[in-house]
Design a protein around this ligand. Structure first.
Ligand code: PAF
Length: 287
């Protein structure tokens, strides 16, 4: 007899029901891992789900396109959404629950408390998206309070986000562990991202240059070349390849995201954000 397809994953949209389900699991002695997402799931997200499943007995995936982290001129309204596709992928991946509140459930009338992100948010993304980390830390704090997980799993693709969340959890004594998972890439090195869906065929050809350029920068930095010159060369390389502009391509301390030098003996991280016409791509690699 052919195997029965698995039942579609349960979806909860109200906090009261979520709390009830979590309390039942806790009463049964289960542990919980949360994978926070904004949906439009790809292989990278499914890798996070697999990691979550290895960390805890129950895996909750949140799907919430968070208005709090988009500036008015950004792509909130056009951000890719595919709930039916996401539910299918999460069912196959064997997650246990989708937590998908609407905006009014997450931010009811009168909501006004915000988390101010710590020093890991001081530069890089914040110089170009000043609203971003306040929105991310606030929604993640709410998600952590709602789901009360033992673990929350984040991709290294958004490396500064991972550092900022780790800092928030440490600074505010939040009782969960943050798990970082290496970036999933296409064969040509392009980091998987929901926003890759915006790229034209021609832009998709150029996009992997971001990863290649980060690799040359990381190599130059680890050989002790002058960072300023190596970073300028990397920027010029991206523009030559067809990027319209480069927000940053730099090497920083892998933990604090402050200044790094090879002499420090500390791990470094090469990070970049650059525009292919209207699409902003980010990526980072170890130094
Ligand atoms: O990385 C993301 O998808 C989002 O920033 C997150 C962590 C789900 C918060 O909205």
């Amino acid at each position: 007899m052919p195997a029965k397809p698995p039942r579609t994953i349960a979806t909860i949209t109200k906090i009261s029901r979520l709390r009830k389900r979590i309390a039942e699991w806790r009463a049964a002695g289960e542990s919980i891992a949360l994978v926070p997402t904004m949906g439009a799931l790809h292989e990278g997200h499914l890798t996070l789900v697999n990691r979550a499943k290895r960390k805890a007995t129950r895996t909750v995936v949140s799907i919430f396109v968070n208005p709090g982290q988009f500036a008015p001129h950004e792509d909130l309204n056009t951000y890719p959404r595919d709930m039916a596709g996401d539910l299918g992928k999460l069912t196959t991946a064997g997650a246990d629950l989708v937590w998908s509140p609407d905006v009014d459930e997450m931010y009811p009338q009168g909501f006004s408390t915000k988390i101010q992100a710590g020093s890991a948010s001081d530069s890089l993304e914040t110089e170009f998206r000043p609203h971003f980390f306040g929105g991310v830390t606030t929604v993640c704090c709410k998600l952590f309070n709602q789901v009360a997980p033992d673990f929350a799993v984040f991709g290294e693709k958004d490396y500064q986000q991972l550092c900022v969340i780790r800092q928030m959890v440490d600074d505010l004594d939040m009782g969960l562990k943050i798990v970082g998972v290496p970036t999933v890439r296409g064969r040509d090195g392009l980091a998987l991202s929901s926003r890759n869906a915006y790229l034209s065929a021609e832009e998709r050809q150029i996009a992997p240059t971001l990863n290649q350029t980060l690799k040359s920068l990381a190599e130059a930095a680890s050989r002790g070349q002058r960072l300023g010159s190596a970073e300028n060369r990397a920027k010029a390389q991206l523009i030559k390849a067809g990027f319209k502009s480069v927000d940053y391509i730099v090497v920083r301390d892998a933990e604090t995201l402050g200044v790094w030098s090879v002499k420090s003996g500390r791990p470094g991280r090469a990070l970049a954000a650059a525009w292919l016409d209207k699409t902003r791509l980010i990526d980072n690699i170890k130094v």
